[in-house]
Design a protein around this ligand. Sequence first.
Ligand SMILES: NC(=O)c1ccc[n+]([C@@H]2O[C@H](COP(=O)([O-])OP(=O)(O)OC[C@H]3O[C@@H](n4cnc5c(N)ncnc54)[C@H](O)[C@@H]3O)[C@@H](O)[C@H]2O)c1
Length: 242
Amino acid sequence: MKDKVVLVTGGASGIGLASAEALAASGARVVCADLQQSQDLPQGCEFRRLDVSSEKLTEELVSDVIERYGQIDGLVTSAGISRVGDLEHMSLQDWEQVLQVNLTGTMLSARAVAGPMKRRGQGSIVTIASINGMLGNPNNLAYCTSKGAVIQMVRSLAAELGPSGVRVNSISPGYIHTPMTTMLDELPVGQAFASMHLLKRAGRPQEVGNAVAFLLSDISSFITGVNLPVDGGFSAAKVIAI
Ligand SMILES: NC(=O)c1ccc[n+]([C@@H]2O[C@H](COP(=O)([O-])OP(=O)(O)OC[C@H]3O[C@@H](n4cnc5c(N)ncnc54)[C@H](O)[C@@H]3O)[C@@H](O)[C@H]2O)c1
């Protein structure tokens, strides 16, 4: 990734921050865009404030990055929120907010970088989806819907941008210890969830960050349109004792 320029949304925390770390460690220049500032961004990373649900701010940020660094080679969309709630109890406001950030925000970021990447005939986009976008979940309707839509959007974008040399893939993490899951970590349900992963534990943000770096780099140059679970085997099997 030496000298590649990568924008990471949600780059101030959790999976986004770990992705920025992995990318910077492999030589990339990384812009971490987030609502909140990170206390400890790694060397090689610059912080920029961004609300990914704003088309105007996203377009302006991408223009700034290109002006400052001369190019944009990669995009990681990790900005995301979760609001627990089922069909009956979820508020319309929660539904709209989750879709606005997780789905529309991902589309807006991809749209902002797609033009410049197409003109250069190269680029790699990695979106952070979720195992909750691959499987149903009775109490997380907005989040599951947003992540399922992101996985499908990635396939469509891969088809649209592939002829221009731009690759688009998603990663679906399992249960990863981050600030988003702090509540879960402390509850018995968190342990039960962790034990549903074939490796019998939750993952670390760095384990997702490494997969992000792989999909962004030229090592994965013939991979596009893929949804890669990084989930300790959660989505691979349903294990029952016989
Ligand atoms: N942690 C998990 O178990 C897990 C599992 C599957 C998928 N994911 C996904 O991974 C991504 C990262 O989550 P995380 O676990 O690192 O959580 P996190 O809360 O640590 O990080 C999410 C970041 O997104 C930022 N953000 C939220 N709304 C934003 C907005 N409108 N504009 C810009 N930034 C915004 C937050 O400020 C935060 O820094 C999310 O998309 C999440 O849905 C997480």
